[in-house]
Design a protein around this ligand. Structure first.
Ligand SMILES: NC(=O)c1ccc[n+]([C@@H]2O[C@H](COP(=O)([O-])OP(=O)(O)OC[C@H]3O[C@@H](n4cnc5c(N)ncnc54)[C@H](OP(=O)(O)O)[C@@H]3O)[C@@H](O)[C@H]2O)c1
Length: 256
């Protein structure tokens, strides 16, 4: 559904949310394959450690739309174009209904959802002004928890469900204009985001394995890059069940 990426040598890739976790692993993997990599996030020190003097460091808070615009313009000026921007910045808290508070809800929406929308808004003028087929690609990192309602993910899952919808619509608009769009839905990955989870995480991956799955998806030209495969298949099947079967199954598999 997207042009396959045959070779990363010299490919200009911007990873936003790459100071830790999956983004950091992806940055190291892609730099190792010869890509020209820029890394963003809030923590300058952690970014510098990931970059190890071989990547461009662009500190950025995704909730700041003007900062997104400035960073996108800087890279466009330095590189001419960005072949692929991967939007990984995300925050997560376990929230059950009776724990919901407005401040947490606002924070997760601002980072996970509006952070991505700020980024796409910053990229659009550059994309439409200078697109050559296949460059200015955008990868939105959502989550398998965005495919159906899951306990503990009351707010987080809602932000990711919105991102799934956003990425689908973005693909519809941009793919015909030669701009690749990817929807990345990881399952559980062992990062600081999930370190506090006190429940079993089926199919838990290392950040490196998650990065490899993403690279394989980009190389294949997939729109929907979902992993690990088995867990992703199970969640997609669950999401298609009628509600009268879905809720009892969810109680059974989560024990909640
Ligand atoms: N781990 C999982 O099981 C899992 C599963 C499904 C989806 N995901 C998604 O995968 C993405 C990466 O998560 P991860 O597990 O690798 O988590 P992580 O290790 O906590 O990394 C999150 C990254 O996002 C950055 N970030 C957070 N808030 C930001 C902000 N306001 N502005 C700019 N950058 C910000 C962090 O950098 P700074 O703190 O330096 O800003 C960090 O680099 C997230 O979107 C997450 O929702 C993760």
């Amino acid at each position: 559904m997207n042009p396959p990426i045959a070779d990363w040598q010299g490919r200009r890739v911007w990873l936003v949310g790459a100071s830790h976790g999956i983004g950091a692993a992806l940055a190291r993997r892609l730099a190792g394959r010869g890509a020209q990599v820029a890394v963003s996030g809030r923590s300058e020190e952690a970014l510098a450690e990931v970059a190890a003097a071989r990547m461009r460091v662009l500190p950025l808070d995704v909730t700041d739309a003007a900062a997104w615009e400035g960073a996108a313009r800087t890279l466009a000026n330095e590189w001419g174009a960005v072949d692929l921007t991967v939007m990984l910045a995300g925050d997560y808290r376990t929230v059950r209904a009776w724990e919901l508070d407005a401040a947490t809800a606002r924070r997760l929406v601002e980072v996970n959802l509006l952070g991505v929308m700020n980024g796409v808004a910053a990229l659009m003028p550059l994309t439409t002004a200078r697109a050559d087929a296949g460059d200015w690609g955008i990868a939105v990192v959502a989550s398998l928890s965005g495919l159906c309602g899951m306990p503990n993910a009351l707010v987080y899952g809602a932000t990711k469900a919105a991102l799934v919808n956003f990425a689908e619509t973005l693909y519809f608009d941009l793919a015909p204009r030669g701009v690749p769009v990817y929807l990345v839905n990881p399952g559980f990955v062992a990062t600081r985001l999930t370190a506090g989870n006190d429940f079993a995480m089926p199919g838990l991956l290392t950040p490196e394995a998650a990065a490899d799955a993403m690279i394989a998806g980009f190389e294949a030209g997939d729109f929907h890059i979902a992993f690990p495969r088995r867990f992703a298949r199970q969640v997609r099947l669950m999401a298609k069940l009628p509600y009268r079967a879905y809720f009892p199954l969810l109680h059974k598999v989560t024990g909640l």
